[in-house]
Design a protein around this ligand. Sequence first.
Ligand SMILES: *[C@@H]1O[C@H](CO)[C@@H](O)[C@H](O)[C@H]1NC(C)=O
Ligand SMILES: *[C@@H]1O[C@H](CO)[C@@H](O)[C@H](O)[C@H]1NC(C)=O
Ligand SMILES: *[C@@H]1O[C@H](CO)[C@@H](O)[C@H](O)[C@H]1NC(C)=O
Ligand SMILES: *[C@@H]1O[C@H](CO)[C@@H](O)[C@H](O)[C@H]1NC(C)=O
Length: 611
Amino acid sequence: MVFRTAAIVGSVFATALVRAAQPGAAVPIAAPMRDLVWGKINFLHTTDTHGWHGGHLQESQYSADWGDYVSFAEHFRRAADEYGVDVLLVDTGDRVEGNGLYDASNPKGKYYYDIYREQDVDIICTGNHELYQASTADEEHRQTVPNFKNNYVASNLDYVDPKSGQRMPMAQRYRRFRTKNQKLDIVAFGFLFDFAGNANNTAVQPVRKTIQEPWFQDAIREPTDLFVVIGHIGVRMQEFKDIFTAIRKQNPLTPILFFGGHHHVRDATAHDSRSFALASGRYFETIGWMSVDGDLKQAGAADKAETESAAAVSFHRRYIDNNLYGLHYHTGLNASTFPTEHGRNVTAMIAKARKELDLDDRLGCAPQNYWISRAPYPHKDSIYSWLEEEVLPDVAVNDSRKHVPRLVLVNTGAIRFDIFKGAFTRDTTSIVSPFLSRLRYIADVPYGVARKVVTLLNNGGQLDYPADARFMAVPEMLSIKESIIHETNPFQSESHQQKPLGGSDPRDREPVLIEGYTTRDDIGTDGDDSIHAPINFYTVPNCVQAEVGFPSDGEPDKVDLVFIDFIQPWVLVALKFSGGDYSEEDAQPYRPESITELMTGWIKENWGADC
Ligand SMILES: *[C@@H]1O[C@H](CO)[C@@H](O)[C@H](O)[C@H]1NC(C)=O
Ligand SMILES: *[C@@H]1O[C@H](CO)[C@@H](O)[C@H](O)[C@H]1NC(C)=O
Ligand SMILES: *[C@@H]1O[C@H](CO)[C@@H](O)[C@H](O)[C@H]1NC(C)=O
Ligand SMILES: *[C@@H]1O[C@H](CO)[C@@H](O)[C@H](O)[C@H]1NC(C)=O
C-alpha cells in the first residue's frame, strides 16, 4: 500500500497564516525527499527526546516542536481513518534531562510534564534517565504514568512507594488492545535494558528473569495478531534478542515488532523475516516511521490455527527529520493549513514556558563551534579539548590544595551536545551539561599510579568494573562497533564525494545538499526521509584528562587525583589495578559547585556577551 498522506489530507484545514515551531527557531531548508510507505498498521516513534520538546532552535533540520508533532499526528490519524488503516504512536523513554525546557525549572520538569502529555502516545515506557534521581522517578510515577494510564507499560520496572516502602509495578506489565480501524489485536510490552544505576525508589528486574515469569509466559501464549515490544533498549542489544527468542518460541509465525532507543542512533534490523526493529535517534531530531503491510489478521491467526504457513508480511521504515518542511511535505499541507488548533496550543505552551524560564538569557558568546564527535579528539574544534585545555585548568582549583599538581578526569558522557558559534544561553547550559555531578578527589596519589588511570578507563575493558566502561562516554558510542556510523553518503559516488562544488562537471549542478543524517542500517541506505550531505563522526574516549599545576620541569611525585563523582566506581577499580589501594572513604569533595556551574562560570568570565 503506497500512498502519500498528502493525497488524503488535502486542504481540510483553513486557518490563519501561522508557521508554528518556536519563535526564533531556524527556518527549515528544502531537501530532496523520500515518501513514507503506508501499511495496514503504521507507527510514529520518538525516543530519547531528553526535554527537546521545543525543537532545535539553532538547527534548521530539527526545528519543529512538540506542538508541530501533535498537529502531524492529528493529520496522520485522520488520514488513517480515511483509509481504514491504523496509526499508533510509541515513545521509548529518556524524555527528561538534557534541555532547559526540562532542566532549567525548579523543580525540574515544572512545565515539561504538562507539555508532553498533550500528545496522544499509544504505547510508552521508561528510560534510564527517568530513574537516576529519586525525585525524577517519583514525578514519573506521579505524573506521566497516570497521564498515560492505559498506555504506559512497565514490564520489568517496579516503583517503591516512599511512604509505605511497598514495591509495586511502575505501571501495567503489558497492554492488550484492539486497533481502531483494522481491529488488530495487539499484545504490547514495555521494557528497560538491564540498568543498575537507578535510585533506590525503583527496581529494574533483568530482562532474562522477567521473561521467565508466569505473567510473561502467559501473555506470549495469548493468541494475537501482532506483538509490539517497545523498550529503552538498543535494537541490537541482547535484551531484545532474548525477548524475541522467547516470543518466537511460542509463536512461530506471528509478526513481532520492536521499537528501541537508548543508543541515540537511527537504526533498523530484523530478527527474522516476520519481525522488524526500529530505533529512532535522539533529542527529538527524528520521528521514526514503521509500517507493516499484509493480511495481518491471517498472519497472526496462523499460529492459533497451528498451520505451517501464513500470509506474507512486509515492513517499511523511515527516519523523518523533525522540521516543518518535511512535516508539511509528508502531509501535503503548508504553513497555513498544517498547524491544528491543538498543535498551536502546545506550541504556545512551550513558548510560554521557555519565556518564563528565561531560556534565551545569554551567558556569553561562543567564538566558534565545539563538537562532541564531529571533530576528532584532540582537536581545536573538539568540545573535549576545549574542556581539557581551557576550562578545567581554570576551574579545577581547591584553595587549600592549589599547590598540589593534579590530574582532572572527566567522562565524555558528562558533555552531551555540541556548542554552536554564537549565543550560549541558559538553555544551552542544560543542553550541553544537564547533570548535577561534582568534582571529588583523592589526595596525594603517587604520580606513577595516578597517571595510568585514564588509560585504564579508556582501554581497560578486561578490568572488573562495576558496569560497562563505555557507560562513561556519550550513549552514541555504544553503537559504534555494532553498526551505522553515518560516515559516508551513499547518494554520491566516491569520486564525486571529494570534489568541490561549482566545477565544470555536470553532476555538480545537483542541488546543494545540507548536512545531516545519511543512515545505513540493515535494510539499506534509503531510510532517511531527507537526502543529506554526510557528516563525519569520530569516536571519542570514555574520559579525558587535564594536567593542572604541573611543574614546568620533570614530573611530580604525587598528585591529587580529581574526578567527576559519576566515574568514582570505575576510578577506584582502575587505581587498584595500577597499584593504589583506595576506597570510597579516601575520596572527598574538591569543589562545591557542579561541573555545569563551573563551566557556566568560566563562560561568563571568558566569553564576551556580544555576539
Ligand atoms: C534510599 O536512599 C536514600 C538516600 O540515599 C536513603 O535515605 C534511604 O534510606 C534509602 N532507602 C532505602 C529503602 O534503602
Ligand atoms: C496553503 O494551501 C491552501 C490550500 O491549498 C491555499 O489556499 C493557501 O494559499 C496555501 N498557503 C500558503 C501559505 O501557501
Ligand atoms: C486551545 O486553547 C484554547 C485557549 O486556551 C482553548 O479554548 C481550546 O479549547 C484549546 N484547543 C485545543 C484543541 O486544545
Ligand atoms: C577543598 O577541599 C576540602 C577537602 O576536601 C574541602 O573540605 C573544601 O570544601 C574544598 N574547598 C572548596 C572550595 O571546595
